[in-house]
Design a protein around this ligand. Structure first.
Ligand SMILES: Nc1nc2c(c(=O)[nH]1)N[C@H]1C(S)=C(S)[C@@H](COP(=O)(O)O)O[C@H]1N2
Ligand SMILES: [Mo]
Length: 200
């Protein structure tokens, strides 16, 4: 079982679990406001610089899990397609094009906003958004779309799967108690990016 599975990290697939997904034939299509729209093959994605973010995924359903998320900086992907200056939001689509969510460009450009394919050195499996998913520790977990197939560079905001159903568009993390999956204990977190108990 994966590290995330061993810790009992909840598996969210609101649109239904996708089953087995093939890594080697996975592609991510990047389109919208950019000079060179491109579909990246798995090999091309793996050839991009790898970043590792030691950070937390924190859900509005009040769990938080910390680890070393490895992947590609969204910022690097935007540079690779020549993202234009009028990009204000980055929209992600999951496998089957049912689940989508969008984040502001400044958060997409943050160091630890990744298209992640690894957790603690293990390849992400389908339960946790493999082959590759968004990891964005700055906002509630519903912005971290799993099994990403499309990235669209947008000038305007569009509410996504959970935002249409009532979750806040800004997804700013609010203070309260969460279950820390790493320790199995419930503990308070501050609002904003959850970094305070990164090293506790
Ligand atoms: N495609 C897809 N991505 C998704 C979700 C989902 O239901 N479908 N749930 C989101 C929510 S609400 C959270 S908190 C995280 C949970 O990630 P996990 O299932 O890997 O724990 O994934 C996000 N990405
Ligand atoms: Mo969530």
């Amino acid at each position: 079982m994966s590290r995330l599975g061993e810790m009992g990290t909840p598996v969210f697939w609101a649109e239904g679990h996708p089953g087995v997904l093939k890594r080697e034939s996975w592609q991510i299509q990047v389109s919208g406001l950019c000079d060179s729209p491109k579909t990246f093959s798995w090999d091309e994605l793996m050839a991009m610089p790898k970043s590792v973010a030691d950070a937390r995924l924190t859900s509005v359903t009040r769990f938080s899990v910390r680890g070393r998320w490895g992947g590609i900086r969204v910022s690097d992907l935007l540079d690779a397609v020549g993202a234009r200056a009028d990009v204000s939001y980055v929209r992600f689509w999951s496998y089957r094009d049912i689940y989508d969510t969008s984040i502001p460009i400044d958060i997409a450009r943050e160091d630890r906003t990744l298209l992640s394919y690894e957790f603690d050195g293990e390849a992400l499996d389908e339960d946790y958004g493999g082959p590759i998913r968004v990891f964005c520790p700055y906002l509630w977990g519903y912005k971290s779309a799993k099994s990403v197939v499309k990235v669209q560079l947008m000038s305007t905001y569009v509410s996504g799967f959970w935002e249409i159903r009532g979750y806040p568009d800004d997804a700013i993390i609010t203070a309260g108690r969460v279950r820390d999956m790493n320790s199995g204990r419930t503990r308070p977190i501050p609002g904003g990016e959850v970094i305070r108990f990164l090293d506790e």
